[in-house]
Design a protein around this ligand. Sequence first.
Ligand code: PEP
Length: 228
Amino acid sequence: MKLIIGNWKMNGNMDEKNFLFKDISNTKTKNKVIMCLPFTLLWGDSFGVTLGAQDVSNHENGAYTGDISVSMLKDAGVKYVIVGHSERRTFHNETNETVKEKATLAIKNGIIPVVCIGETMEEKNAGHTTAVIKKMLTESMPDNGEFVVAYEPRWAIGTGVTPTTSEIVSAVKTVFDALPTPMPILYGGSINANNAKEIVSIPYVDGLLVGGASLKSETFLPIIKSIN
Ligand code: PEP
């Protein structure tokens, strides 16, 4: 079984959620579909689709205006939470240390963190991909418990460009070797219906993290169907 995680980022409204979720629930798949939505959409009918969030506070509760705690996510029925997405690392200066705190807190509260890692184009061009991935993973992952790793090269996110098969093999094998025990490893970055099947068939790839293409039935359902 593969994991197919949709990440809506800061997009969508309740009508669009209901529309897509109904379509997902009517789509036969042997894989697991998880939708990571903005906080405001984490309520109402989920039509049997597993709910995820896109971030969580690294604090349990208290005076952190604007933040959302892991117990709040649990209360809303969330099962997975993305931590350390490159957009959080870039626009909110999140460090590996903060990401690890978030992942640890999520596990402690029964929510599975999806720990995102990936190199920039500059790091890739300098031949540092393996070292960057290893460092990000070992410093960001929790010490214990069940989690998911999403390998997302930053230069592939939202660009329409994907790594070659051998680049993905090398990166996910690096992740696999750095994990103390096997955990699902996802690939993310410019996934669409034309490349999903091939990428998910690469050794060590246990699923996909899909951004832009997860927003609408027309682009997301063909991805789900293509990897059945
Ligand atoms: C993402 O943001 O996690 C992502 C994979 O985005 P996209 O599919 O749009 O490249």
